[in-house]
Each structure stands twice: as C-alpha cells, then as structure tokens.
Design a protein around this ligand. Structure first.
Ligand code: BG6
Length: 478
C-alpha cells in the first residue's frame, strides 16, 4: 500500500490564528481581532472595541508576520509539498470597502509565496478563514447583507490577478458549514446581533444566518468562475467542517435523527458547492424553521456555473446521536454529541476516531466523485517544553499515524484523495478557546496563553517523525 505519486503532504494554518501583526503594514481590524481569550470552560467574548484589561490573543498569535522566513524554512526541512494558509482580507482591504487595495499587504503575501516556492512548497490559500474586515460587521452586519458578495469578489479579483502565477490551489471559505450553526453567526458570517457578548452563546437569528450562507454560496460561485477566467489552471475547492455522527443505537429513531444531523450539519453546504444546487432536504428545513431565502434572478444558474474543482474538509473527531436525553454528552469541533463508549477523547473532549476518517472519505467520495483533500486533522494537546527545548509528543505521533493509516486504506478502497495538511503545523492560537496552550504543531512556539514568551521555534519529536513520513510518501510510519 502507498500514497499516490505527487500526493500533497503538508500542514495548515490560518492568518487570524497564526500571523499576528494585526495592526501592522496597514492592516485593518478583522472580526477575529475583537475576540478575547478564553479557556475550555470560560467562553471567549466578542467586544466591539478593545477593552482595557482584556486580552486579544489573535493580535499577536504566533507572529508569523515577523517569523515567516524561519517558519517556511522549517516547513521545507520537513519536506512539505503544500502549505495551507489564509490571506487576511483586512490586510488587503482594511475596511473591506476601499477602491484600491493596500499595497503593503499584497507585498507581504508576495514575499511569503516567493519564500514557499524557494522551498519547493505549493501554497494552498484559504481566501476567508474565520475573519472578515470588522468594519463590514459594523456597517452591514457581515454576510447578512448581500453587499458583501461584491466586496468579496473584488477582493478575490485583486488576489487572483496578483498571485495568478504563484498560487494554484484556493479554498473560498473555511468550514463554510459553521454557518448552519449558531456559533457560525459571528465566526463564519461576521454577524453580530444586538446583545451578543459571548462567542459560545450568541444571540441567534437563523433567518439572517441562512440568508448569509446563501450570500456566501453566491460569492463562492462567482469567485470560482472568476478564478477560472483569470487562470484556467486554478483548482478552487470548498472547505467543510466534517463532523461525522453515528447513530448511538440501532433504534431507527436514533438512525433517523442522525441522518438529519448529517444532512444539515455536513451535506447542506457541500451539496450546493459541489453539485451546484440546494439539496432536496433544504426546503423542509427552511419550512420547519421559518426561513425564507431571498434569491435574486440568476442565482440558481450561478450556483450551477460556479461549482468547485475539489472537496476539502477538516476532520478531528466523531460523535454519536441519540434520542435518549439521559446519555452522557461530550464536546467536539463546532458541535458536541453523545459519548461513544468505543472511543477515547482528547483533553478537550474531542473523540479520536481514525476509522471514522476512512468511513468519511468513502461516504464523501461516493456522494461527490471529485478529488478530496483532508486540509485539517490533528490533536490539540498540552505540550511540555523539556530540558534542551525538547517536546516529546508521542501522543500526537500516535494520533496522526493512525489517521494516515486509515487514509491509506481509503485510497485502497478507491477514494481519490490528493492531499493531507494537518492543522496548526506550527503552534497557533485555538479558534474555539483562544488558548495557545491547545497545541497541534510539529513545531513548538514559545508563547503562553497571554502572549508571554520568546516566540522561539523548537522542533518537537513529531517534526522528525513527519519528515520521515513525507520522505517515504507515507510508507514509513514508525
Ligand atoms: C477548525 C478551524 O474548526 O478547527 C480552525 O478551521 C481551528 O480554525 C481548528 O483552529 C481546531 O479547533 P480549535 O478550536 O482547537 O482551534
């Protein structure tokens, strides 16, 4: 068994959690810059302005802005073929509404892409990863307004034209399906309703959220069309947070409930972006939830014309679904569920399930029959920096090894899997909690939850291990 030749091994990050330099080089504040820190048990706050005494971890993050050469050299040393990163929209258009882009911001990414190419690494760029210019939230309530479609397309046009010879792989929106959940109101859509202060418990308006998602679908379709016009070699994908659920029991009621969760949580968005139309079950959901999607003339045709070239997704864990309210619950990425007695969980309660990845890959390929890419996967854990700046993260190696084996099996099953970019390849700030202490990387960044530290980079044990995995194209996993 082996991975196909040219398989895209690499790692993934996002500007808001990794880049820092939040107010340098002409960058404007983004939605992520208004989030305070939190913990597993204390939710992050969203503030409309920066309040004294509160800490905003995304401002500094891992300071890639000033460490990019060193970081990219480390990626090159590991043998990365691809590096998933995002462009901060507000570095290019600080408020989102300007006529002209910020040249200094454009130049920064030019330098990053050049550095990547020097190391033989292909960039994979997420155009919008959990951030948009905060001004657009204040002026339009984010994606609730259709105004954002043209502003986003203008931003795409600028970066597509500028980087058309440097970037081939693009993703239009990170985890677009978070917009189907209340948490995604602010996180994915930049919607900040009156009275919201708590990131985990937002004042929710499903009508606005689903209308906002429709705007993102239209924006994504327009971006795909435009991108292909600018460079027909572009490969533009969708990105879904895939949260596989299993029925807790063989009680048909559990099975039906699970099917519904899978439909709305996982398939709703992918169906639109890959198949170019809303799935049949959308109408019933809208009806039950009193949602009226306002479509403009031509929207349906646009969705068909702007379908993506490949399907990418994040995969961290699985959950169970049950109709029994007395079963023990457990957390997870974006949503929790019922505890699965067969699985162990991370320190943050995310259940570890490598076989579930093989199952998910098969389900997705059967449904869409387009190339698949796992663009996030990994174990958030507390790491300990030991004597001699060593981190012995055998738990992370175990997690990744088992997932890689299951990807290999899925490829044997016949799935067209083209790449793998584990999350937070160099430590970064957690999206859900704002902690630095929830680490995913092969490289340790010396900074704590409050941005104290030298920001020096240290290779963990997993660094050497992953280097070997890549060099052997996935055959040496020991
Ligand atoms: C995904 C996001 O949901 O999971 C990332 O795309 C995020 O932005 C990652 O960081 C891991 O989640 P967390 O909450 O551990 O950072």
């Amino acid at each position: 068994m082996s991975f196909p030749k040219g398989f895209l091994w690499g790692g993934a990050t996002a500007a808001n959690q990794y880049e820092g330099g939040w107010n340098e080089g002409g960058k404007g504040p983004s939605t992520a810059d208004m989030l305070t820190n939190g913990t597993h048990t204390t939710p992050r706050k969203i503030t409309r302005t920066w309040e004294d005494g509160l800490y905003y971890p995304n401002h500094t993050a891992s300071n890639f802005y000033h460490h990019y050469k060193e970081d990219i050299a480390l990626m090159g040393e590991m043998g990365f073929k691809v590096f998933r990163m995002s462009i901060a929209w507000s570095r290019i258009f600080p408020k989102g509404i300007e006529e002209e882009p910020n040249e200094e911001g454009l130049r920064f990414y030019d330098e990053v892409f050049d550095e990547l190419h020097k190391q033989g690494i292909e960039p994979l760029v997420t155009i919008s990863h959990y951030e948009s210019p905060f001004y657009l939230t204040e002026k339009y309530n984010g994606w609730a307004s259709r105004e954002l479609v043209d502003l986003y397309v203008k931003y795409c046009s600028v970066i597509f034209n500028r980087y058309k010879d440097k970037v081939k792989y693009w993703l239009t929106f990170n985890e677009i399906n978070c917009g189907t959940m209340p948490l995604g109101g602010y996180l994915g859509l930049g919607i900040l309703n009156e009275g919201t202060t708590d990131f985990m418990n937002q004042k929710d308006d499903p009508q606005l959220r689903f209308q906002g998602l429709h705007h993102q679908f239209i924006a994504s379709a327009k971006a795909v069309k435009l991108g292909h016009e600018i460079n027909p070699d572009f490969k533009i994908g969708c990105m879904i947070a895939f949260m596989t659920s299993y029925p807790y029991s063989c009680n048909p009621k559990d099975v039906l409930k699970c099917q519904k969760e899978m439909q709305m949580g996982n398939y709703y968005c992918g169906d639109v972006q890959v198949r170019g139309e809303y799935p049949y079950f959308a109408k019933q959901y809208w009806k039950e939830n009193n949602i009226q999607i306002q479509m403009e003339e031509g929207d349906e045709a646009l969705l068909k014309e702007g379908t993506v070239d490949f399907y990418s997704f994040s995969y961290y864990m699985t959950n169970c679904v049950s109709t029994d309210p007395n079963l023990e619950g457990i957390g997870g990425n974006l949503i929790g569920g019922v505890k699965n007695p067969y699985l162990k969980a991370s320190d943050w309660g995310w259940q570890i399930d490598p076989d579930g990845l093989r199952y998910t890959l098969n389900e997705l390929y059967a449904r869409y029959q387009v190339p698949l890419m796992v663009v996030e996967n990994g174990l958030g854990a507390f790491d300990k920096l030991e004597e001699g700046n060593k981190v012995h993260d055998s738990y992370r190696i175990d997690y990744l090894r088992e997932h890689i084996k299951c990807m290999e099996e899925a490829i044997e099953d016949g799935v067209d899997l083209i790449g793998y970019t584990p999350w937070g390849c160099i430590d970064l700030v957690s999206a859900s909690t704002g902690e630095m202490g929830k680490r995913y990387g092969f490289v340790y960044v010396d900074s704590d939850d409050y941005g104290n530290g030298s920001f020096n980079r240290y290779k963990k044990d997993s660094f050497t291990w992953y280097k070997k995995v890549i060099a052997s194209n996935g055959t040496d996993l020991d």
